[in-house]
Design a protein. Structure first.
Length: 202
């Protein structure tokens, strides 16, 4: 079993920015500016705001003594740029299995669990860092924390998951876990819970 896992969602990308502007009514259609027209999803870079978000995440991790033995990163440009800001000297392992998924894609959801089991076996007793995407983090939490499919879809469709530059941190003990970050004092996540069967939607 892993000792710990820290998951960082990439900073704001050009696609995240456009979605935000449409949602706020600043733009009336989800249309890329000429500079980005035709660019594939995996090639969208971080915005200036996204870079700042990750510098803040990096500062928090350093202040709290967060460290790891191995570091994994999605192959998407926005994730690779995020990883390089977090630690440019780290030998990040680029893993296409960490790429963005659709929240409604159940096949991709099973792939998240397959990845987690693989990493558990490969890095037993070690600390792992991951830079990935929002929907991927929701599916990871579902598998670890035992969320229902209905709860996952509610999170995903409302874009209520991990925000850009957000951090998840788990500690593991045998087949149990506790969620260290985000931390809510007095919440059930302070206790060790069985993987795949904790407080679910509470």
């Amino acid at each position: 079993m892993l000792e710990s896992l820290i998951y960082v969602r990439h900073g704001q990308s050009i696609e995240n920015l456009l979605y935000h502007l449409v949602e706020k009514g600043v733009l009336y259609s989800y249309k890329y500016p000429p500079l980005w027209a035709g660019m594939k999803n995996g090639h969208h870079p971080l915005t200036t705001i996204g870079q700042h978000q990750i510098r803040l995440a990096r500062a928090w991790m350093r202040e709290n003594g967060i460290d790891w033995d191995f570091a994994y990163c999605s192959s998407f440009v926005r994730a690779v740029e995020t990883a390089q800001i977090i630690d440019p000297d780290e030998e990040w392992i680029i893993d296409p299995r960490l790429s963005e998924i659709s929240v409604s894609d159940l096949y991709a959801a099973s792939g998240v669990w397959d990845w987690f089991q693989d990493i558990n076996q490969r890095h037993a007793g070690q600390r792992i860092a991951i830079v990935g995407h929002g929907y991927w983090s929701i599916r990871l939490r579902q598998k670890i924390e035992g969320w229902s499919e209905e709860f996952v879809k509610e999170l995903g469709f409302n874009l209520n998951g991990l925000h850009n530059g957000g951090i998840l941190q788990y500690e593991f003990r045998k087949n149990r876990f506790r969620l260290v970050c985000p931390h809510k004092p007095g919440a059930v996540n302070e206790k060790w819970q069985p993987i795949g069967g904790c407080y679910g939607e509470g």
